[in-house]
Design a protein around this ligand. Structure first.
Ligand SMILES: NC(=O)c1ccc[n+]([C@@H]2O[C@H](COP(=O)([O-])OP(=O)(O)OC[C@H]3O[C@@H](n4cnc5c(N)ncnc54)[C@H](OP(=O)(O)O)[C@@H]3O)[C@@H](O)[C@H]2O)c1
Length: 214
């Protein structure tokens, strides 16, 4: 089945390109369907553009590549559609104030991952992933040689872990589990010590072991 990517901006667009290059079918949705359609046209037969609800219905894995406030809005109407699906969350506790300045939107110490996971049905398979790197790093880091770049993920769910490892490899990266949702804040900004860390597997394992700062 295809992977749904909701949001085709910096993160969603980059991820869609990587996954299609890795042979994974994707269904794309954006606020303006024309934006998803333009990307689907560029990506060819492995990509289709549909509405948010159609994308969720057509996929067994759903990536919410939108801002945290948008995830909350979408889950307010669509959460039940996510029963038994893998939900991938790259979000940060960030939003914009009235003047367009980027601001932290959650209290210090509360992760975006903990908020999103709590809004899902009990049988959804939540994983924090694909927000580990800033978008430019995600775009340029795929299929690096000779050592692939690690993408950390955080989950408490075995089904989500199996799926995200496959998708991270298909996208041209090396997966490494950081821990459960309780430590998701380590791969979020602001404040996450592992966010933006471009590491190979040995370097990433050393960083997790506390041997070297990431
Ligand atoms: N940018 C980074 O470096 C980075 C790094 C790590 C994590 N993240 C996280 O990744 C998420 C996405 O960031 P981004 O930089 O990719 O954002 P972005 O470039 O602003 O893209 C946001 C996307 O969300 C879509 N969208 C907005 N409202 C929607 C709705 N109601 N239904 C469906 N789609 C909707 C937009 O659609 P339109 O195209 O039609 O406007 C757009 O495609 C955020 O949570 C961010 O914190 C970003």
């Amino acid at each position: 089945m295809a992977t749904a990517i909701i949001g085709t901006g910096n993160i969603g667009g980059t991820l869609a390109r990587h996954l299609v290059r890795g042979g994974e079918p994707v269904v794309l949705a954006a606020k303006d369907e024309a934006n998803a359609a333009a990307l689907a046209d560029e990506l060819g037969e492995l990509a289709r553009a549909v509405s948010v609800e159609e994308a969720i219905a057509d996929a067994d894995t759903v990536v919410f590549a939108v801002w945290l406030d948008t995830i909350k809005e979408l889950l307010a109407t669509d959460a039940r559609m996510l029963e038994d699906k893998v939900v991938v969350d790259p979000s940060n506790p960030l939003g914009f104030d009235e003047s367009g300045q980027m601001i932290r939107t959650l209290p210090e110490g509360q992760s975006s991952g903990s908020v999103v996971a709590a809004l899902l049905p009990a049988d959804a398979h939540y994983v924090k992933a694909f927000g580990t790197l800033v978008a430019d790093q995600l775009a340029s880091g795929s299929n690096r040689e000779p050592q692939r770049v690690v993408l950390f993920y955080a989950t408490d769910d075995d089904t989500a872990a199996t799926t995200i490892e496959r998708l991270i490899r298909a996208a041209g990266f090396e997966p490494l589990k950081l821990g459960g949702v309780a430590v998701a804040g380590r791969i979020e900004v602001p404040g996450g010590d592992l966010q933006g860390a471009v590491l190979d597997l040995d370097e990433a394992r050393a960083a997790l072991a506390g041997e070297v700062p990431a």
